[in-house]
Design a protein around this ligand. Structure first.
Ligand code: GDD
Ligand code: GTP
Length: 425
């Protein structure tokens, strides 16, 4: 029997995802029409013999309750949310809830970082783990030399696949092979974690300087994985499938595109079908490429959507509207003849007629092999906003006939004019 854990952090994390995470926990932000971590749940639910998914984080349980109920209904698998009393780090929560994880004696359990998006080869990773008789197996991918410094870097023995050396976010170059934050663990890992935990506790009690740091906090990468490198228990399985982190709003547009593309082979029913040329009475709109439309969204037949657009529940798209490479959240409305490009339009936001909402894509550099998304800071060295996708927070009002370019608008703003490269507070 198998289990899976999804690590979702809590309200203090995901700061780069603001303002989108102001009205919804980041792990529930919809990408390609599904809450971000539903893609993880779906991948886990496809693994044969996987009996339970435990979501671990420090969001209030009430924020996850509806999602959990929906997931149980949809995937017919046990799903529970285990709430940490405070941020316990990437392994502290797992250690704290070890009895729940080990109950029923799982043969192994998957651990997935909630803020990655990928075409997850979970079954392959499991087979790899069993073949290597590993304690920990991690999914790995290639990054550029420069970008590798932002991830967990590994030196792997080509013959045995063993991780010989692991450094979390090194300050100088170690390796272009990086951790994807997707693992399989054997339950014996709790013995290793227990050694880490106990040594931290004894440090705490022998230390006379009144330490206010949370002693139950354990960092998986620095405190568990780094010491395991070179011990014959830690293995890395490289994959060339699509994988990315989901840290910034810009990466949500990128993830949206890739998940929509995956629907072509895995769940084509989620992709909208455009107007059929042979049927004059067809009331559907023009669809280009991959588009997800919630069944309750209303789109005027003269609107053109795509490629790579997701439209949420109850959204209203007016006549002549053009939307490309964007996410339109539930209840938003885009009035007649407006254009939305490389943007995220928040929940219940209203865009007037003949307006233009446009951002700049921040995709990985296509000319660099293995390049990942850059998550540039909001401002450049001159103090100016880095060009990025345009984000409209929830319940924003954009009047008719304005242009919004590379801007971020915080929730509930009523705009009165055009803006370019600004954060509107
Ligand atoms: N439950 C819980 N409690 N989850 C947490 C906590 C915590 O205290 N802290 C972080 N997480 C979750 C985050 O929500 C995220 O899903 C995951 O753990 C990793 O979070 P970060 O600490 O932000 O690490 P990172 O994303 O910068 O780097 C990690 O992932 C990379 C791949 O995306 C590392 O594992 C890297 O080695 C790896 O390359
Ligand atoms: P992720 O995308 O989840 O990795 O979030 P992040 O990397 O943007 O968050 P990170 O944990 O690096 O923290 C970002 C910002 O949040 C920094 O400005 C921190 O000072 C602030 N921050 C982090 N932890 C705390 C905390 O416990 N309290 C407060 N008030 N701020 C915090």
């Amino acid at each position: 029997m198998l289990k899976a854990i999804i690590l979702i952090g809590g309200p203090l994390k995901g700061t780069r995802f603001r303002p989108l995470s102001l009205d919804i926990p980041k792990p529930l932000f919809p990408v390609a029409g599904l809450p971000m971590i539903q893609h993880h749940v779906e991948a886990c639910a496809r693994v044969p013999n996987l009996k339970e998914i435990l979501i671990i984080g420090y969001y209030a349980a009430s924020e996850l309750q509806q999602f959990i109920t929906d997931m149980i209904q949809e995937y017919k698998v046990n799903i529970r949310y285990l709430q940490e009393f405070t941020a316990l780090g990437t392994a502290g929560g797992m250690y704290h809830f070890r009895d729940q994880i080990c109950s029923g004696n799982p043969d192994a359990f998957f651990v997935l970082n909630g803020d990655v998006c990928a075409d997850l080869p979970l079954q392959e990773l499991l087979s790899f783990h069993q073949l290597k008789k590993a304690l920990v197996s991690v999914m790995a991918t290639e990054a550029t030399r420069q970008q590798s410094l932002l991830y967990g870097c590994m030196v792997r023995n080509e013959g045995t696949s063993e991780v010989m050396h692991y450094v979390e976010k090194p300050s100088t170059f170690v390796s272009t092979l990086i951790s994807c934050g997707v693992y399989v663990f054997s339950t014996d890992i709790f013995q290793t974690m227990s050694t880490v935990f106990n040594s931290k506790q004894s440090d705490y009690y022998s230390d006379n300087t009144h330490n206010t740091k949370e002693t139950s906090c354990i960092q998986l990468e620095q405190e568990v994985l780094m010491p395991l490198a070179g011990t014959g228990k830690f293995f890395a399985m490289p994959t060339s499938r699509w994988w990315s982190q989901l840290k910034s709003a810009g990466s949500a547009i990128y993830a949206n595109r890739h998940y929509l593309h995956l629907y072509q082979t895995k769940s084509s029913h989620r992709l909208a079908k455009g107007r059929s040329k042979d049927n004059q009475d067809d009331k559907s709109c023009n669809i280009i490429g991959d588009v997800h439309l919630h069944p309750s969204a209303s789109v005027h037949p003269s609107a053109t959507l795509g490629p790579n657009v997701s439209v949420g529940a109850g959204a209203i798209i007016g006549p002549g509207v053009r939307i490309k490479e964007s996410i339109i959240l539930s209840g938003a409305s885009i009035a007649d003849h407006s254009l939305v490009l490389h943007s995220i339009v928040g929940r219940a936001t209203q865009v007037g007629k003949w307006s233009r909402v446009e951002g700049t894509p921040c995709d990985p550099n296509p000319n660099k092999p293995f390049a990942k998304m850059d998550n540039p800071p909001l401002f450049n060295q001159d103090g100016r906003l880095n060009p990025s996708i345009t984000i409209l927070g929830c319940s924003v009002t954009v009047p008719s006939e304005v242009i919004l370019l590379n801007s971020i608008v915080l929730p509930y703003k009523e705009l009165t004019r055009s803006f370019k490269n600004e954060i509107i507070l």
